[in-house]
Design a protein around this ligand. Structure first.
Ligand code: ATP
Ligand code: MG
Length: 570
C-alpha cells in the first residue's frame, strides 16, 4: 500500500511505531503489519478520527502492510447507512484506500455467536437474569469487590439453552444478558463478569431483523480483529482498562490470531468538541447547519470550509502520538492549512465591504487590462489580466477620515498604492447627508505609477486590493470564527452544558462583496487567496453559476488585524 504525500517529512517515530518496529525485528506475525480503522457508523467523522486514520493507514503503508476499514456496527438504532457512506467518502478524501478490505462487524454476527457458545461450553460465560440496575449494584466499586450473581452457577446445558432462546426471541428486551464469568473481585471493574450479549429488538441497517441479540463492544471488537488477522489493534486511551478483557476473551477462545492492543491519546482540539455525541446534538438542535457546516470539526465540515486533505495529514503528522491526553491548539491546524494553501492557492482580489472610489482624472471610457501575479510563491502559476477603470471598489476599512497614528492606509490627502495598478491620492470623501456614512471617495491617480511602481522613489505605506466596479462580480462571503467561546467547552468547570459555550458570532455572512471578474464560473471546492484577506473556498453546497458563495477557510496572519484591535482598545 502506498502512502499519500505529505509536505512535511515522514512522521517522526513514536512509541507505537517503535513497538511495531520491534515486532517486525522479532519476526512476530511473520513480520506482517495489519491494522484497521474501526469507526462506528453512528455519526460523521471528525478531526480526531483523522488522527486515527492517518495513524492506522500510515503505519500500514510505512511497513508494507495493509489497513482494513471496518464498520463497528453492533449498536443498531443509532447507526445508519448515511453514516457508512459519509465515512467511506471521508476516508477516501483524506487520501487513504482500503482496496477490497471493507468489513462490517455485522458480517461476523454468526461467527461471534458461535464464539459465545464456545465460551459457554467452557464454563466461561453464563446467562444472567439480573436487571441492568441490579447488575450495576452487584458490580461493586473501585474500593469494594462485587457480588456474584445468583445465576452465575447455572449449568453449561442450561446456559446453552437460555442463550439459544435469547437468540430466537423467547425473552423480552433486557430480560437477561450473556455475561463472561471472570472475577467479581477483580480490581479492574471491566473484569467483573462483563456483559457480552444483550437482547434488543432493533432493526439493523444491514442485517434487518435477523438478530434480536447483539454483541457488546468488548466481545465483538477483539474477535473481529482476530478474524481479520489484525496484528496491531490501535485504539484510544479510554480502552486501556479494557485491554485485559480483550486479551482474556482471545485467550479463553484460543484463537489463532491474537492482536496486540496499543492505546494512544485521543486528539482534543481547542475551541471545539470532538465527540460524535456532542456533534450530533449540535446538528439535531440546529446550532449548526448540518454535519458539513464549515464551522464543524467534522471532516465534511472542514472539507467544505476549504481545508486540503494534505494539510490535515500534515497536521496529524505534526501533532505526533502520545500516551497522555492533551489539547492541541486550533491555531496549529490553521497554520498547517495556511502553509499548504500559500503554495497552491491562486491569488485574486475581492472586496468584502465595498466602498466606491472614483478616480477623477482617469478617462471615462478607458479600461486597462493590468497584469497580476497568480502566486508570488510560485511563478509557474503565471499571471492574469485584471481590468482597471475609473470607478473602483476598495474595502471600507481601508479608508479612515481621521486616521489614528498607526493607520497607514487611505485618508484625505494621503497617497496609497492599488495593487498591480497605480498610486492614488484621496481628494475628498462624500458622505450620506442623513447618516454621515462615507459613501464614496474621490481620488486622483498618477499615470507614472502604472503597475504600482514608484517612478521617483516616492514611498507609500499601504497597498490596497480593489476591483473595477463595472467589471466585478457579485459574491457572498461567509466569515467564520471559533464555534465555541472557550478553549475547552467540554470542561465541566467552564459550563454545565457545552452548548452554553457556543460562540454566537461564529459566522458572519457578507452578501454585497465584489470579486474580480476572473472568478466568474469558479468551481465549487476551488480555493483562492483573496489578497490581504485570507484563504477562501467556493462553497460546495450553496454556490451556483448565478451566485458565487465563498467560505473563509482561514485568515492571513496580517498585522493590521492586531493594529485594529489596538485601535479599538485605545
Ligand atoms: P466519539 O467519542 O467521537 O464518539 P468514538 O471513539 O466513539 O468517537 P468511533 O467511531 O468508535 O468513535 O472511532 C473510531 C476510531 O477512531 C476508534 O479507534 C477511536 O479510538 C478513534 N478516535 C475517535 N476519536 C478520536 C480522537 N479524538 N482522537 C484520536 N482517535 C480517535
Ligand atoms: Mg467508539
Amino acid at each position: 500500500m502506498s502512502k499519500p504525500n505529505s509536505t512535511t517529512s515522514e512522521p517522526s517515530s513514536d512509541f507505537i511505531r517503535n513497538i511495531i518496529a520491534e515486532d517486525i525485528k522479532a519476526n512476530k506475525n511473520d513480520g506482517k503489519v495489519i491494522t484497521r480503522f474501526p469507526p462506528e457508523p453512528n455519526g460523521y467523522l471528525h478531526i480526531g478520527h483523522a488522527k486515527s486514520i492517518c495513524l492506522n493507514f500510515g503505519i500500514a503503508a510505512e511497513n508494507n502492510g495493509i489497513c482494513n476499514l471496518r464498520f463497528d456496527d453492533t449498536n443498531p438504532g443509532k447507526e445508519a447507512t448515511e453514516y457508512v457512506e459519509s465515512i467511506k467518502s471521508d476516508v477516501r478524501w483524506l487520501g487513504f484506500d482500503w482496496n477490497d478490505r471493507l468489513f462490517y462487524t455485522s458480517d461476523y454476527f454468526e461467527q461471534l455467536y458461535q464464539f459465545a457458545v464456545q465460551l459457554i461450553k467452557k464454563g466461561k460465560a453464563y446467562v444472567c437474569d439480573l436487571s441492568a440496575e441490579e447488575i450495576r449494584k452487584y458490580r461493586g466499586t473501585l474500593t469494594e469487590p462485587g457480588k456474584k450473581s445468583p445465576f452465575r452457577n447455572r449449568s453449561v446445558e442450561e446456559n446453552l439453552d437460555l442463550f439459544e432462546r435469547m437468540r430466537t426471541g423467547k425473552f423480552e428486551d433486557g430480560f437477561c444478558v450473556l455475561r463472561a464469568k471472570i472475577d467479581m473481585s477483580s480490581p479492574n471493574l471491566n473484569m467483573r463478569d462483563p456483559a457480552l450479549y444483550r437482547i434488543r429488538r432493533v432493526s439493523h441497517h444491514r442485517t434487518g431483523d435477523k438478530w434480536c441479540i447483539y454483541p457488546m463492544y468488548d466481545f465483538s471488537h477483539c474477535l473481529s480483529d482476530s478474524i481479520e488477522g489484525i496484528t496491531h489493534s490501535i485504539c484510544t486511551l479510554e480502552f486501556e482498562n479494557n485491554r485485559p478483557l480483550y486479551d482474556w476473551i482471545l485467550d479463553e477462545l484460543e484463537v489463532e490470531c491474537h492482536p496486540r492492543q496499543i492505546e494512544f491519546a485521543r486528539l482534543n482540539l481547542s475551541y471545539t468538541v470532538v465527540s460524535k455525541r456532542k456533534l450530533i446534538e449540535l446538528v439535531e438542535n440546529g446550532h449548526v447547519n448540518g454535519w458539513d457546516d464549515p464551522r464543524m470539526p467534522t471532516l465534511s465540515g472542514i472539507r467544505r470550509r476549504g481545508y486540503t486533505p494534505e494539510s490535515i495529514r500534515n497536521f496529524c503528522d505534526s501533532i505526533g502520538v502520545a500516551k497522555r491526553d492533551s489539547m492541541v491548539d486550533m491555531a496549529l491546524l490553521e497554520y498547517t492549512v495556511r502553509e499548504n494553501l500559500n503554495k497552491i492557492a491562486p491569488r485574486v482580489m475581492t472586496v468584502l465591504r465595498p466602498l466606491k472610489v472614483i478616480i477623477d482624472n482617469y478617462p471615462e471610457d478607458l479600461v486597462e487590462e493590468l497584469e497580476a501575479l497568480n502566486n508570488p510563491e510560485d511563478p509557474g502559476m503565471g499571471t492574469r489580466k485584471v481590468p482597471f477603470s475609473r470607478v473602483l471598489y476598495i474595502e471600507q476599512e481601508d479608508f479612515c477620515e481621521d486616521p489614528p497614528k498607526k493607520f497607514f492606509r487611505l485618508a484625505p490627502g494621503r497617497e496609497a498604492r492599488l495593487r498591480y495598478a497605480y498610486f492614488i491620492t484621496c481628494v475628498k470623501a462624500v458622505k450620506d447627508e442623513k447618516t454621515g456614512e462615507i459613501v464614496e471617495l474621490h481620488c486622483t491617480y498618477d499615470p507614472k505609477t502604472k503597475g504600482g511602481d514608484s517612478p521617483d522613489g516616492r514611498k507609500v505605506k499601504a497597498t490596497l486590493h480593489w476591483v473595477s466596479a463595472a467589471h466585478s462580480i457579485e459574491a457572498e462571503v461567509r466569515l467564520y470564527d471559533h464555534l465555541f467561546n472557550t478553549v475547552n467547552p467540554s470542561d465541566k468547570k467552564q459550563a454545565e452544558d457545552f452548548k452554553d459555550c457556543l460562540n454566537p458570532n461564529s459566522r458572519e455572512t457578507l452578501t454585497l462583496c465584489r470579486a474580480e471578474p476572473s472568478l466568474a464560473g469558479a468551481l465549487p471546492g476551488s480555493r483562492y487567496q483573496f489578497e490581504r484577506l485570507g484563504y477562501f473556498c467556493v462553497d460546495s453546497v450553496d454556490s451556483s453559476e448565478s451566485k458565487l458563495v465563498f467560505n473563509r477557510t482561514v485568515t492571513l496572519r496580517d498585522t493590521w488585524v492586531k493594529i485594529q484591535k489596538a485601535q479599538k482598545k485605545g
